[in-house]
Design a protein around this ligand. Structure first.
Ligand code: SAM
Length: 286
């Protein structure tokens, strides 16, 4: 309840604009800082991750804590937040004080920290990160040795174009390695689309929140390393026919393509996930 009589404050902490002013958190481009200041929006993003009440949440890049506050207000059992920028720590400490025992902040680089030691399953990952870091983490989270995963779902902000590559279907320009890697092991969908003005400062492009739920097992059997090698070779020369782009993968690649039910004259873009898995199995036969 706030002075205007509207239900608005999700906690008794100051509005994010005041937090940012009080702690001098001017956004740094080098850290990809585009902050979400609307707590109704951050609560909506938190709800994309589903019921949080029985889960630990790993939040990557909390910044001034808008999304962190959304996650805690939505009932997360605990939030472990990894933030590289030490300037954000006092603002995050205020949130920790408002939610005793429920927020742990690690001042670290998300690409280096061993966060598993701080979390108890079930774990949901939620992040509004710089896009390059987000893609790098997504690939790591979907690849051994991080697989099978500690997390049950990933709720990640990306630029819209990257989000479309994650959920892309065969036959589209966006279809490639990221789609195959993501869809092989998860159920991936775009949950929200956000205009640049949702952020302060606004980025140049639209953003989207992608929700990925870990499947109990990959959709089709395949050796992860072989699959990754085949898919990389196929899409590195995506306009070539597969019999040409995959020449280096196996000397008798045409036969193996046929055995996997793929036409050697097809291009990578036309082959569904199931086809790439079948091909990886053929190639793995040695
Ligand atoms: N989650 C906040 C929000 O939604 O308002 C901040 C989002 S801002 C796009 C990205 C945040 O990630 C910044 O606070 C930045 O300092 C942090 N960050 C950037 N690179 C990081 C890294 N490698 N590890 C941890 N945090 C990082």
């Amino acid at each position: 309840f706030c002075a205007s009589g509207r239900m608005s404050a999700i906690d008794n902490l100051p509005p994010l604009r005041e937090v940012i002013a009080a702690h001098g958190l001017s956004a740094r481009k080098s850290l990809g800082q585009n902050f979400l200041l609307d707590l109704n929006l951050t609560a909506r993003i938190a709800r994309v991750a589903g019921d949080l009440t029985g889960a630990d949440v790993l939040e990557v890049g909390p910044g001034p804590g808008g999304l962190t506050r959304g996650l805690l207000a939505e009932g997360a059992r605990r939030v472990v937040a990894v933030e590289k920028d030490a300037r954000c720590l006092p603002a995050l400490a205020e949130i920790a004080a408002a939610y005793p025992g429920r927020l742990e902040v690690l001042n670290a680089d998300a690409l280096e920290v061993d966060w598993a030691a701080h979390l108890t399953p079930p774990v949901k990952v939620v992040a509004n990160l710089p896009y390059n870091v987000g893609t790098e983490l997504l690939v790591r989270w979907l690849t051994p040795p991080a697989w099978p995963p500690l997390w049950t779902s990933l709720t990640l902000m990306f630029q819209r174009e990257v989000a479309e590559r994650i959920v892309a279907q065969p036959g589209s320009k966006a279809y490639g390695r990221l789609a195959i890697l993501s869809q092989w092991r998860t159920e991936a969908k775009i949950a929200l689309s956000l205009p640049p003005e949702a952020f302060t400062p606004p980025p140049k492009v639209r953003s989207a929140v992608v929700h990925l739920t870990a499947l109990p097992a990959p959709r089709f059997p395949a050796d992860p390393d072989v699959l990754s090698r085949v898919v990389a070779a196929a899409f590195n020369q995506r306009r070539k026919m597969l019999r040409a782009s995959l020449k280096g993968v196996a000397p008798d690649i045409e036969e193996r393509l046929r055995a996997a039910g793929i036409k050697p004259t097809d291009r990578a873009e036309q082959v569904p996930l199931e086809g790439f898995c079948a091909l990886a199995r053929e190639v793995a036969k040695g």
